[in-house]
Design a protein around this ligand. Structure first.
Ligand code: AHM
Ligand code: MG
Length: 336
């Protein structure tokens, strides 16, 4: 029988990458496998989201006698559970948790990594069957092994990330992760229940034709941001027409599309949210890492996202992210 060895599963791929590093312990591969497992479980529930609405709202008991949990709480518990029971992660921070959790057991206290995640981003879109996602970020702990992880292990600048990724629960379910060696995308093959390498070595095109921003907030943006948006609308009128505006309201899907097709995504300051809406540690930093490894750029309008020193776990940030050429052009507008 012919076996197509070109299509590697996520596990095969991470193990193959590890073979290039004779001193690798396998902890990162194991962590990514744990995340992949939680993602598959969340995917099953996301696919049933419409039925859950019919069968019982959050807070009720389902037919199996289990509590019907809100999907974002469910997703949080899945990611937290696999990481706690795995061997690689010493603690987590999550959008769903007020503070970080140090797992504090003999194995976890000796684990190398901490993980930050947004278990279900864009969850306002669940009810209407629009793509949502999970975002994650992985750091090597900076406190010595043998003790519970501390706040400083989580408050590291994005540049220290070892890996970052996301899962998009869309028309197909995909996991994309970046390490310093590259960005690779894996599509969930339902026939074998495995993430399989479908998008090797993703590069973000230097230019694209898409800009993504919440236009409803237009009059709340600073003048220079308004000017740039109008430039996108006027763009190339004599030469192929303006940029296309695409904004799903689900950052994972918006940035995923722009990563593949080329484009720019913005969540600027508004009068209501002068510090931006998105969270630095588990929304902006992981995407900034992925986009930079893929050849793009990410800033908060003033400085590179990955160089911001975080002060708080749930800190917000403005975000401008995407194709390098488009970001360079945007920066000419944002210059003071
Ligand atoms: P959430 O973490 O509460 O889901 O919010 C984050 C989401 C992003 O996915 C999306 O890009 C943004 O909020 C949309 O916000 P807005 O509706 O203000 O444009
Ligand atoms: Mg979110």
């Amino acid at each position: 029988m012919m076996v197509n060895r070109k299509i590697l599963t996520l596990d095969e791929f991470t193990i193959q990458q590890m073979r290039d590093f004779p001193h690798a312990t396998g902890e990162l591969a194991s962590l990514l496998r744990d995340i992949g497992l939680a993602a598959k479980r969340v995917n099953v529930e996301v696919n049933k989201a419409g039925l859950v609405d019919i069968l019982g709202d959050a807070g009720e008991v389902n037919v199996q006698g289990e509590d019907v949990k809100k999907l974002d709480v469910y997703a949080n518990n899945q990611f937290m559970g696999v990481l706690k029971h795995g061997i690689s992660c010493a603690g987590i921070g999550s959008e769903e948790l007020d503070d970080f959790i140090a797992f504090d057991d003999p194995v976890s206290n000796n684990s190398k990594y901490v993980c930050l995640f947004d278990p279900l981003d864009g969850s306002g879109n669940i009810d209407v069957n629009v793509s949502i996602g999970t975002i994650f970020s992985v750091y090597r702990r900076i406190t010595p092994k043998g003790q519970p992880v501390k706040r400083e292990d989580f408050l590291q600048p994005g540049i220290n990330q070892v890996a970052a990724g996301y899962i998009v629960y869309g028309s197909s379910t995909m996991m994309v992760y970046a390490s310093r060696r590259g960005v690779n995308g894996f599509t969930l093959d339902p026939s074998i229940g495995e993430f399989s390498l479908s998008h090797p070595d993703i590069k973000c095109p230097e230019f694209g034709k898409i800009y993504s921003v919440n236009h409803g907030n237009f009059f709340q943006y600073d003048q220079n941001v308004q000017d740039y948006i109008q430039q996108c609308q006027r763009k190339n009128i004599d030469n192929g027409g303006p940029y296309t505006q695409r904004y799903i309201g689900s950052m994972v899907s918006d940035v995923h599309r722009n990563l593949i097709k080329g484009g720019i995504f913005m969540y600027p300051a508004t009068k209501d949210k002068p510090g931006g809406k998105l969270r630095l540690l588990y929304e902006c930093n992981p995407f900034a890492f992925i986009i930079e490894v893929a050849g793009g750029k990410a800033t908060n309008g003033k400085e590179r996202i990955l160089e911001v020193i975080p002060e708080k776990l749930h800190q917000r940030s403005t975000l401008f992210i995407g194709s390098k050429g488009m970001m360079d052009e945007l920066e000419t507008f944002l210059k003071p």
